[in-house]
Design a protein around this ligand. Structure first.
Ligand SMILES: O=C(O)[C@H](O)C(=O)CO
Ligand code: MG
Length: 254
């Protein structure tokens, strides 16, 4: 099983180029990140070249985090900011050969927010297609992100249908899906054609995957059985030093 280190959480105390080297040394096959924009593209590119690790994904900017924004694309009246964030993500991703961009919806509700999200996603998909990129949308759980627009895979499928573009896929984060819906094994099977990337962490604590209510030994077997061979994103929050948290790589994913 191939693994991608999510550097938004793993080695998050280090500059991104250093975190990429740490992921390589730990045996990861790929990396992904959240918001890499403060880091110089040339330095990140050099770290990727030196390690040979692909960067699989990054997120659009969240907006003004000082007032709690968590994405812009479903916010009515913020279309210009949302599209600037999409442009920024595509440019950064294009420079690093990153194939997936997670377009973050933000805190919003209702039909107007849905329509706004659809229009911004069409914009994102059409621009991303010119670079051969996929746009991802990710349902987030309502404990961590109360009021976030996109919360379930069912809602994600409605959005995908309404956008109607082949390069729009679901980020299936087992952690969020288990908290909001459960039934992770059946959902993975049913949604496979729509899944662009899979992430994992323990439930409910978002720690290493060898603990908690979701049995990842089983989930990883299910994923293997689906012939899904892309790296799975380790997006958990280590309770201390990241290197000391990696025992699960041998016991669960070895
Ligand atoms: O929180 C998550 O699960 C994400 O994958 C993310 O990209 C930021 O919210
Ligand atoms: Mg996630």
């Amino acid at each position: 099983m191939k693994l991608s280190a999510n550097l938004g959480f793993l080695w998050a105390d280090r500059p991104l180029p250093d975190a990429i080297h740490a992921a390589k040394a730990a045996g990861f096959d790929a990396v992904e990140c959240h918001w890499p924009y403060i880091f110089d593209i040339k330095e990140v590119s050099m770290a990727l070249a030196e390690t040979g690790l692909p960067m699989l994904g990054l997120n659009t900017d969240r907006g003004d985090t000082s007032v709690g924004e968590n994405g812009l694309s479903a916010l009515v009246g913020r279309e210009a900011d949302a599209r600037a964030a999409i442009d920024q993500a595509i440019a950064y991703a294009a420079a690093l050969n990153v194939p997936n961009i997670h377009v973050m919806a933000g805190f919003a509700q209702g039909d107007a927010a849905h329509a706004c999200f659809i229009e911004n996603l069409i914009y994102a998909c059409e621009n991303a297609a010119q670079h051969g990129m996929t746009i991802l949308i990710e349902p987030l759980n309502s404990y961590d992100a109360p009021g976030y627009f996109l919360t379930t895979t069912r809602q994600g499928l409605e959005v995908i249908k309404d956008v109607g573009r082949a390069n729009l896929k679901l980020m299936f984060d087992c952690y969020h899906v288990q908290l909001m819906e459960g039934d992770v094994s059946h959902k993975l099977k049913a949604l496979l054609p729509h899944i662009g990337h899979i992430q994992f962490a323990s439930v409910p604590t978002r720690g290493t995957p060898d603990q908690g209510e979701l049995n990842y030994a089983h989930v990883f077997k299910v994923i293997k059985g689906l012939n899904y061979s892309a790296p799975l994103g380790a997006e958990y929050k280590p309770s201390g030093d990241t290197d000391a948290s990696l025992g699960w790589m041998k016991t669960l994913a070895g």
